[in-house]
Design a protein around this ligand. Structure first.
Ligand code: TAP
Length: 453
C-alpha cells in the first residue's frame, strides 16, 4: 500500500510537497535493480567512471542555486550555508572523480610465483541520511562508493527528502546509468531496515543518532554486513586563559549555533578557565545576543528554525525552569523557532552539559587546570569533534592528543573538509568518511596468486 508524507517548510510550517514513501516490496525492487546495475557499472573503465563522476559534479554545479533554495525551504538552512552544502556535494564528487584511476592494488614478493591485490567493489551500498545535513551527508556516502565501483541505494530522512530526490535526477542527467544511484524516500523502519536485512546490500553507511545506529549495528551482525556509522556528538570547546579570548568568544556562537545547533559537531559544551570565565561571558554577550535568527532565505540571517515541532519541544525542555546566562531573540508565530541560548552548567553531570540537545544551546562550565579540562572533555560517551583555544602551541598539541575525539581544531571551530578523514571515537561512530582513504571503506581487498614455477 502506498503512503505519502507531507514535507513542510520549517520556517512557515506550510506543506511544500507530498512525497511517496516506498514500502518493503518497492524497496526490494530497487535493491534488485541496483544489483543488476552493478554488473555493468563495475566494468565501466576507471577513466570513464571518473568522467561520469566529474560530469555529475558539473551538473550539480549548474544547479547549485536551485539545490540551495530547495534546502532553504525544506530544511530551513540559511541560504549562505545551503549554497555551501550544495557546493560540498560538487566538491566531493570532483574529489572522488580523481580516484578510480588511482585506486590500484599491489604486487607482493612471494615464493613460487606472483601475488597481487585488487580492490573490488563491495556490491550494493545502502546509505541512510539524517535530516540535519541532507545534501553533504548523502554525497559523502555516494561519491566514494560509486568511485569504487559500487552501486548505491540512498534513503533520505522523511523530513528532508527533496534535495536528495533532485540529486538522483541530476545523476541521470549527468549520464550515470539507471540503477547506479537510486534515491528511495521512505521510513527508516521500512526502507532503512531493509538495507540492513536484504542480503544483496553488502554495506550500510548510516548517519544519525547513536540509539538507532546501535540497532543497525546489531542488525548488520546477522550477515557480517560492512558498516560505517556517523553518530551523535557533544563536543567541547576548551578555552585556556592564555587564548585570544576575543577570537574564542567571537567564534563560539557560530561553532554552536550554526544550522540552529542541529550539527553533530556543534561545540555545545564550553569549558572556560576559571580565571577568565567572567571576561569570556562578557565577550560572548554581543555575538550571542546579536546572532541574527530569521527567514533562512534572507542573506543576512545567521540561523533559521529548528526542523519540526517535536524537535523544538525536545530542545525547549532543556531550558525549562533554568536561569539563562545569555539569550538572543527569534521570530514569533509560525515556524519552529528557538533563540540562541547560553546556560551555566550546574555540574559536569548536568543533562544540558552531557546530552546531545541538537539545538542552539551552549552550556558553560569553568575548569581549574589542563588535567581537569581534559578529564571533563572526555567524560562523555561521545567523541566526534572539539576545539582548543590557546596561544601555547605545545599545550594545543598536547591537549589535542589527549582529547578522545576524531576531529579537533586549534583556535578554530572548523570540523569537516572533503579532503581530510572525518568520523568519531567511542559512541560517535565507526570508520571514517571523506579524505584520501575513503575508497578503502567501499572496497574488499582480493589477493590473487599466479604460480610461475
Ligand atoms: P535518526 O533518528 O537516527 O535518523 C537518521 C536516519 O535513520 C533517518 O533517515 C531515519 O529515517 C533512519 N532510521 C530511523 N530508524 C531506523 C531504523 N530502525 N533502521 C534504519 N534506519 C532508520 O537521527 P536524526 O534525528 O535524523 O539525526 C540526528 C542525529 O544524527 C544526531 O544524533 C546527530 O548527531 C547525528 N548526526 C551525526 C553526524 C555525523 S557525521 N557523525 C552527522 C549528522 C547527524 P526517518 O527519517 O524515517 O526517521
Amino acid at each position: 500500500m502506498t503512503t505519502t508524507t507531507s514535507v513542510r517548510n520549517p520556517a512557515t510550517e506550510e506543506v511544500l510537497q507530498e512525497v511517496e514513501l516506498l514500502d518493503e516490496a518497492a524497496t526490494d525492487r530497487a535493491i534488485e535493480a541496483s544489483a543488476r546495475a552493478l554488473e555493468s557499472w563495475r566494468r565501466v573503465s576507471p577513466a570513464d567512471r571518473a568522467r561520469l563522476l566529474q560530469r555529475f559534479g558539473d551538473v550539480v554545479d549548474e544547479h547549485l542555486e536551485e539545490l540551495a533554495q530547495l534546502e532553504v525551504r525544506n530544511a530551513g538552512h540559511v541560504i549562505g550555508n545551503a549554497r555551501g552544502e550544495a557546493a560540498n556535494v560538487r566538491d566531493v564528487l570532483r574529489y572522488y572523480a580523481g580516484s578510480p584511476e588511482r585506486h590500484g592494488g599491489r604486487t607482493i614478493p612471494v615464493a613460487g610465483g606472483v601475488a597481487m591485490t585488487f580492490p573490488e567493489p563491495l556490491g550494493v551500498v545502502g546509505v541512510i541520511v539524517p535530516w540535519n545535513f541532507p545534501m553533504p551527508i548523502a554525497g559523502w556516502g555516494f561519491a566514494p562508493a560509486l568511485a569504487a565501483g559500487n552501486t548505491v541505494v540512498l534513503k533520505p530522512a522523511e523530513l528532508t527528502p527533496l534535495t536528495a530526490i533532485r540529486l538522483g535526477e541530476l545523476a541521470l542527467e549527468a549520464g550515470l546509468p539507471a540503477g547506479v544511484l537510486q534515491v528511495l524516500p521512505g521510513k527508516g523502519s521500512v526502507v532503512g531496515q531493509r538495507f540492513v536485512t536484504h542480503p544483496a546490500v553488502r554495506k550500510v553507511v548510516f548517519t544519525g543518532s547513536t540509539e538507532v545506529g546501535r540497532g543497525i549495528m546489531r542488525g548488520c551482525a546477522d550477515q557480517i554486513k560492512r558498516l560505517t556509522l556517523e553518530l551523535g556528538g557533544k563536543n567541547a570547546s576548551i578555552v585556556f586563559a592564555d587564548a585570544d579570548l576575543a577570537a574564542a568568544a567571537a567564534g563560539a556562537p557560530g561553532g554552536a549555533f550554526d544550522n540552529s545547533g542541529q550539527d553533530c559537531c556543534a561545540r555545545s559544551r564550553m569549558l572556560v578557565h576559571k580565571d577568565v570565565l567572567d571576561e569570556v561571558l562578557e565577550l560572548l554577550r554581543a555575538p550571542v545576543e546579536g546572532f541574527r535568527v530569521g527567514d533562512p532565505a534572507d542573506e543576512d540571517s545567521a540561523m533559521g528554525p529548528l526542523i519540526c515541532a517535536d524537535h523544538r519541544a525536545k530542545v525547549a525542555s532543556y531550558l525549562d525552569g533554568r536561569d539563562v546566562l545569555l539569550q538572543g531573540s527569534c521570530p514569533q508565530g509560525s515556524g519552529y523557532w528557538m533563540p540562541p541560548t547560553v546556560l551555566r552548567a550546574e555540574s559536569p553531570q548536568d543533562p544540558a552539559f552531557t546530552e546531545e540537545i541538537f539545538g542552539p544551546v551552549i552550556s558553560v562550565l569553568p575548569f581549574a587546570d589542563e588535567d581537569e579540562a581534559v578529564r571533563v572533555a572526555n567524560d562523555t560517551e561521545y567523541g566526534l569533534s572539539g576545539s582548543i583555544w590557546t596561544r601555547d602551541i605545545g599545550r594545543a598539541l598536547r591537549v589535542a592528543r589527549r582529547v578522545e575525539a576524531g576531529n579537533l581544531s586549534v583556535n578554530s571551530h572548523a570540523s569537516v573538509r572533503h579532503n581530510t578523514p572525518f568520523g568519531g571515537f567511542k559512541q560517535s561512530g565507526l570508520g571514517r568518511e571523506l579524505g584520501p582513504d575513503a575508497l578503502e571503506a567501499f572496497s574488499e581487498t582480493k589477493t590473487v596468486f599466479v604460480a610461475t614455477d
